[in-house]
Design a protein around this ligand. Sequence first.
Ligand code: AMP
Length: 112
Amino acid sequence: MSTLFGKIIRREIPSDIVYEDDLCLAFRDINPQAPTHVLLIPKKEIAGLSDAGAEDQALLGHMMLAAAKVARQIGGGGAFRVVVNNGAEAGQSVFHLHLHVLAGRPFRWPPG
Ligand code: AMP
């Protein structure tokens, strides 16, 4: 089922795109939780990490490398955090797999 991120991929709604390749797209979060807060999504519609299968192994690896590339390019060159919320109880609100890439401030552990 298509979500609002599907609409962003198809350019049906606007977004601030910072990175794109043939497999994934990255755009700035509309409600940033850090000076840099980018969402990196696969163009393939996968609802969440737990819905990914063995056939998605290369895609998931590609996304991790793309997240690091985006963090290097726009995260100021320092530390960054990558977060995946999987399921509503873990804070997922959009059911199209996405990596949150956060940078530009110190982060605490454990996360809330
Ligand atoms: P999650 O809660 O992990 O599913 O993350 C969904 C994220 O999508 C939240 O951080 C929202 O701020 C963000 N978001 C929702 N709508 C948009 C939008 N139109 N453009 C950019 N980010 C959005």
